[in-house]
Design a protein around this ligand. Structure first.
Ligand code: DGL
Length: 285
């Protein structure tokens, strides 16, 4: 079933009494993969998510613009003063906006790069790690720097694979067009003898966890050995559970904010998150 076939979920009205504890933001619906991982790992937390769908994609924009957008999105999430931690679900924003956010807010600000880097360092045996993500994430070399800070001997091979965002939003998780796009991106890259040595691949974009099954099938064929996948959504959920054990006491309430068409947010978001469990609200930044 693709995105347009899915029925639009119904929503309960937004509740005024809700007390969000953890704020999560992304450039759009893809961050719902991160929200889903956090909700699974820490089901009693109250979560407030903002998807900046009006300004998606962030992945093709400059670091200055992404940082400005990240500050504005965070300001909306933090305005009620009841947030105990801010999670930047977006890999692109995590690659350039964390210092500015940490400077502005006293609460812990967690990005997805460090947890993903940590998981990749733990997983690799060959010392060659691959990263796929948006153009901005790859150009920023954020994963390369984070992995080098943990183990300078590890070589990082990064490849921008921006088309995958649209394929995920189409619901084409394991579709011939997706397999063709992955082959077109990965085959020439992994033909390089150095990149070919990767035994770990970081899924460095919010949308990419949905491609894990097709990647598990394709990668061994392209490199002739098994490749472990690092899901940055699962990695940040684990980091949150490890770093903030005292946070809790919520009711597992999930509040979703979006900056553009709620209809599209609900329809596409349903591919990544059980939307019936959440309230939905349109906001302007
Ligand atoms: N959320 C972005 C990321 O994880 C992908 C979509 C975009 O380009 O905004 O990098």
């Amino acid at each position: 079933m693709n995105a347009t076939d899915r029925p639009l979920p119904a929503y309960p009205p937004a509740s005024q009494e809700r007390v969000p504890r953890i704020a999560v933001f992304d450039s759009g619906v893809g961050g719902l993969t991160v929200l889903a991982a956090i909700h699974r790992e820490l089901p009693s937390l109250d979560l407030r998510f903002l998807g900046d769908t009006a300004r998606l994609p962030y992945g093709t924009k400059s670091a200055d613009t992404v940082t400005r957008y990240a500050l504005q999105a965070s300001a909306r999430l933090m305005q009620d003063g009841d947030v105990e931690a801010l999670v930047v679900a977006c890999n692109t924003a995590s690659s350039c906006a964390i210092p500015a956010l940490q400077q502005r807010y006293a609460v812990p600000v967690l990005g997805v790069i460090e947890p993903g880097a940590l998981a990749a360092v733990a997983a690799t045996r060959t010392g060659h790690v691959g990263v796929i993500g948006t153009e901005r994430t790859v150009d920023s070399r954020a994963y390369t720097h984070a992995i080098a800070a943990l183990d300078p001997a590890i070589q990082v091979h990064a490849r921008a694979t921006p088309l995958l965002v649209s394929l995920a939003e189409e619901g084409w998780f394991d579709h011939p067009a997706t397999e063709a796009a992955l082959r077109a991106y990965l085959q020439p890259w992994l033909a390089d003898p150095k990149a070919r040595q990767i035994d770990t691949l970081v899924l460095g974009c919010t949308h990419y966890p949905v491609f894990a099954p097709v990647l598990r099938r394709l990668l061994p064929e392209l490199v002739d050995h098994e490749v472990a996948l690092v899901d940055s959504a699962a990695a940040i959920a684990q980091a949150l559970a490890d770093q903030l054990p005292a946070i809790g006491g919520g009711r597992g309430a999930v509040e979703l904010l979006a900056t553009d068409s709620l209809e599209r947010f609900a329809r596409v978001g349903a591919l990544f998150f059980p939307m019936r469990a959440a309230t939905l609200q349109l906001v302007d930044l």
